[in-house]
Design a protein around this ligand. Structure first.
Ligand SMILES: [Mn+2]
Length: 267
């Protein structure tokens, strides 16, 4: 079956037609998992990056109607400081200004224990997962640390029945979008090696899967060479399966993505 859903890679996020998908932001946290010293400067970096994305989309006459954030919006340090509270509200307000509170969906990540009371102030309820139907596709958004079967079995029996009586045996295509892993890959030539954030795209259990890099302004990334080192245990797709995924690096200067082939050939 043809995938007629238009997926566009952007700077560390993905556009599904008019839906903007953003991965782990980890407000308040640096790339080493430590609390940032200047939250204001960090937030400015995140908002500048978003402004650049929205500016680019506007130039292309693309309007965003919905924003889905895949979890770990704010890093959890147990107690939240006043500044962090304010900065997180500022970022939520920024998203609300873009699409309206009804079109902003935030998924609960493993680092989002302190986020709940903040988003509640804005009448937003954190979601375990989010489902979307587009064309002939069932799209499921999850953080990635926990599998929610309800998100995958989106087709009701009634729908299956109706399709069958119409002689249409096709079932809906399923696509999954995940965060949590913060994929990054180190590419080397004979002079230097450098770590790049990347997207992963592949098949898992017959479903099409996209894994987004972190959206933090710093080079927040989990080096995929360490895939067998432990972290994969906390991700719903086993590393053996991930190794067959394709590595996609987005070059923000050229506004273009490059497919580097299968992960197993790069690590
Ligand atoms: Mn996470």
């Amino acid at each position: 079956m043809k995938n007629n859903l238009k997926i566009t890679y952007l700077n560390d996020c993905i556009l599904i037609e008019d839906v903007l998908v953003i991965g782990d932001i980890h407000v308040g946290c640096n790339e080493y998992g430590e609390r940032v010293v200047f939250p204001g400067i960090q937030l400015e970096g995140i908002i500048n990056k978003l402004e650049e994305i929205f500016g680019y989309l506007k130039k292309q006459n693309k309007k965003i109607k919905k924003i889905i954030q895949l979890g770990d919006f704010k890093h959890d340090f147990g107690n939240i400081t006043d500044v962090e509270w304010r900065e997180t509200i500022k970022l939520i307000d920024y998203f609300i200004k873009k699409v309206g509170v009804k079109n902003l969906f935030i998924i609960k990540g493993n680092h989002d224990n302190v986020l709940e009371p903040i988003v509640r102030k804005k009448s937003i309820k954190l979601k375990e997962f989010y489902k979307l139907k587009r064309k002939n596709q069932d799209i499921c958004f999850m953080h990635g640390n926990k599998l929610f079967e309800q998100c995958l079995n989106v087709q009701t029996n009634k729908q299956t029945l109706r399709k069958n009586t119409m002689g249409n045996k096709q079932t809906n295509r399923q696509t999954i979008f995940l965060g949590h892993l913060h994929p990054a890959i180190t590419l080397s030539d004979k002079y230097k090696s450098e770590k790049y954030k990347c997207f992963l795209h592949g098949k898992w259990n017959g479903k099409e899967v996209y894994i987004l890099p972190s959206f933090s302004s710093s080079s927040f990334g989990y080096d995929l060479r360490d895939l067998d080192g432990g972290k994969e245990k906390f991700f719903i797709i086993p590393s053996k399966g991930l190794k067959n995924f394709e590595v996609i690096i987005y070059n923000n200067n050229e506004k273009k993505e490059y497919n580097f082939g299968k992960l197993k050939d790069l690590i």
